[in-house]
Design a protein around this ligand. Structure first.
Ligand SMILES: [Fe+2]
Length: 149
């Protein structure tokens, strides 16, 4: 699965993290055909860990801009992490879930980026601009400025 420029939401730091998740999904698909369970497990663990830290980062950002739909966005993340962990448990029990997981991940990620994540972009931009203006008056550019293309 290749990254498509349409997947960019325009917040660089988030786009880069989404790309990284896609890299993990592709790595999982590549290692899946080898059938080497140890290596599959390693990639699976990395993928889940990284996805969780990406979600935390995103939720933290949304909290800072007082995104009004954060509770439901967080709920979507939690639900997804739960599903990932269910897959992990099944895998550990010896069930071959890799192909299903690959399908779920690739579909879910793109869908989530293009709908749920796209929904917060305006809110982040508006609130960040407001925040930036206040910061610039005080002490020049803030670290948030680097997130925008
Ligand atoms: Fe999200």
């Amino acid at each position: 699965m290749e990254w498509n420029e349409d997947y960019n939401i325009g917040i660089d730091v988030i786009d880069n993290q989404h790309r990284q998740i896609l890299d993990y999904i592709n790595a999982l698909e590549k290692i899946r055909v080898s059938g080497e369970r140890d290596k599959i497990k390693e990639v699976l663990d990395d993928l889940i860990d990284y996805t969780q830290s990406h979600f935390s980062f995103e939720e933290n950002l949304l909290e800072q801009v007082h995104y009004q739909y954060l509770p439901s966005h967080r709920g979507i993340h939690e639900h997804f992490v739960k599903r990932l962990n269910e897959y992990r448990v099944k895998f550990e029990q010896g069930v071959s879930v890799e192909q299903d997981l690959y399908r779920l991940l690739s579909k879910w990620l793109i869908n989530h980026i293009q709908h749920d994540d796209q929904d917060y972009v305006d809110s982040v931009r508006d609130n960040m601009l407001h925040y930036l203006r206040a910061q610039e008056q005080k002490k020049g550019k803030s670290w948030f400025a680097r997130f925008f293309s």
